[in-house]
Design a protein around this ligand. Structure first.
Ligand code: AP5
Ligand code: ZN
Length: 214
């Protein structure tokens, strides 16, 4: 099963993508996570990506598309995957379509996790991410067992650099300009499904699981 997660920054794409990956035993591929791990390791790609991410801007397609294409050609993607944060522009979607048709594959579902902008700021301000393993929490909606300590690995939790309110506003405007048009793009392709992302996170997941089937 090949799935794309669509939705505004902070809509809950990552939270749901992890649950889908676990339930259906397919890789969760997050371009944001790949960039963040490159930043942590101090690679050239990470250094370039950081300049854009810290401003709330998109990393240029030239850096993003090739990286994602290499990833989906790996052996663990044979059964499918859940893409989180890619595609984010029409050129990215077109590149994906071309690469998939060369492999005689197609996207099965583009899941749009719908959350209005007003709720987004609240979600981002309360999000905490693990400095070591990248697990994410929310101080109110999805707290760690011990405050500021990761349940998975025991490392510390921090506010992501791009989750400061000024940067979140910029990310939302980039989303509306460049990423939202993908909703119509996948609607026309006949694979779009809308999910109400304002519900409690387990309810959001049960709606997605109903849709994807056993
Ligand atoms: P990326 O990491 O992809 O960030 P994003 O799309 O902005 O998405 P987020 O990770 O912020 O949010 P999410 O929707 O996954 O929400 P989450 O589940 O964490 O990208 C970061 C940057 O990298 C971009 O700005 C760009 O610069 C660059 N980049 C990445 N991909 C790129 C690409 N393809 N092209 C170019 N540049 C790219 O949830 C948010 C919070 O809410 C959490 O605290 C969570 O616990 C909580 N929450 C989740 N669901 C619920 C719920 N139902 N109820 C209550 N709380 C909830
Ligand atoms: Zn951790």
């Amino acid at each position: 099963m090949r799935i794309i997660m669509l939705g505004a920054p902070g809509a809950g794409k990552g939270t749901q993508a992890k649950k889908i990956a676990e339930k259906y035993q397919i890789p969760h591929i997050s371009t944001g996570d790949i960039f963040r791990s490159n930043i942590k390791e101090g690679t050239e790609l990470g250094r370039k990506a950081k300049e854009y991410m810290d401003q709330g801007a998109l990393v240029p397609d030239e850096l993003t598309i090739g990286m994602l294409m290499d990833r989906i050609r790996k052996g663990d993607c044979a059964k499918g995957y859940v893409l989180d944060g890619f595609p984010r522009t029409i050129p990215q979607a077109e590149s994906l379509k071309k690469a998939l048709s060369e492999m005689e594959q197609k996207i099965d579902f583009a899941i749009n996790v719908d959350v209005p902008d007003e709720k987004i700021i609240d979600r981002m301000a309360g999000r905490r991410a693990c400095i070591a393993c990248g697990a994410t929490y929310h101080i109110v909606y999805n707290p760690s067992r011990v405050p500021d300590v990761c349940d998975v690995c025991g490392a510390g939790l921090v506010l992501r650099n791009d989750d400061k309110p000024e940067t979140v506003k910029k990310r939302l405007s980039v989303y509306h300009d460049q990423t939202k048009p993908l909703i119509d793009y996948y609607k026309e392709a006949g694979v779009l499904v809308n999910i109400d992302g304002t519900q409690e996170l387990n309810k959001v997941f049960s709606d997605i699981a109903d849709l994807l089937g056993a």
